[in-house]
Design a protein around this ligand. Structure first.
Ligand code: ADP
Length: 221
């Protein structure tokens, strides 16, 4: 189950990602051009190397092509991000995740063959926006361009009703995946039954189309 990750660019995003992967028990090689950053992360990942990732010889000598996943987390320097992604692809790395700065950057990374392009700043901006619109929206995670997972605290009017009566699938087109309750020792009920009664402080984890979720959010607002 253990995988080998090479994380290139140990800024805030790459650094947090590399450390977490290592904590979970994976092998992590961290690469950054900044020696000080490499020194700071050296005891928190498997290997940490100070090098310029746009130098093909560097990538070859590190044997990055044998890693399971390559993460290009170089942010501001779009040229370095593009060159590094291109070289990882040419070397035949199996799976490449690249961080994009904007839509055009994302398009280029996809054209070069990045398997997954992430926008950490944009995504966090969207998540915080939903939480600001309505304080009972706790989180939203995009599953695809059209579908998302939403976590929200139930309306007071729902308390005492069961899922069958609420009929959320018909009314809002959403599916309830789980019911959490922080008052109740952080309990979580996965795949709740139709007879499940909503309690005060219940948090529903639902999945639905962005359009349907927006309708629900407007009601919450
Ligand atoms: P964040 O917003 O996640 O902090 P940054 O753009 O600030 O992202 O960080 C990207 C990291 O990538 C920096 O630590 C920088 O030193 C590193 N970096 C930039 N260019 C290269 C390169 N050619 N080779 C290796 N690391 C690089």
């Amino acid at each position: 189950m253990m995988k080998q990750f090479v994380v290139i660019g140990i800024g805030r995003f790459g650094g947090a990602l590399a450390k977490r992967l290592y904590d979970i028990g994976h092998e992590v090689l961290a690469v950054d051009i900044d020696e000080e950053l490499i020194q700071r992360i050296s005891d928190k990942v498997t290997h940490a190397i100070a090098a310029d990732a746009t130098d093909e010889n560097v990538l070859r000598s590190l044997g990055v092509r044998n890693f399971d996943v390559g993460v290009v987390a170089i942010g501001d320097d779009i040229q370095s991000s593009i060159i590094t992604t291109l070289m990882l692809k040419e070397m035949g790395l199996k799976y490449i995740v690249a961080k994009a700065q904007n839509e055009v950057h994302a398009k280029v990374l996809k054209k070069l063959g990045a398997d997954r392009v992430v926008f950490p700043e944009r995504d966090m901006g969207i998540r915080v926006a939903h939480n600001l619109i309505a304080t009972n929206i706790l989180d939203i995670i995009e599953l695809s361009p059209d579908y998302s997972l939403l976590e929200f605290e139930v309306f007071p009017s729902w308390i005492g009703e069961n899922l069958k009566d609420l009929n959320l699938r018909a009314k809002y087109g959403i599916n309830v995946l789980a019911i959490k309750n922080n008052n109740d020792n952080g309990s979580i009920n996965v795949s709740p039954k139709a007879q499940e009664t909503i309690k005060a402080g219940d948090i529903l984890v639902v999945v639905g189309s962005n359009e349907d979720l927006l309708k629900l959010e407007k009601k919450i607002d």
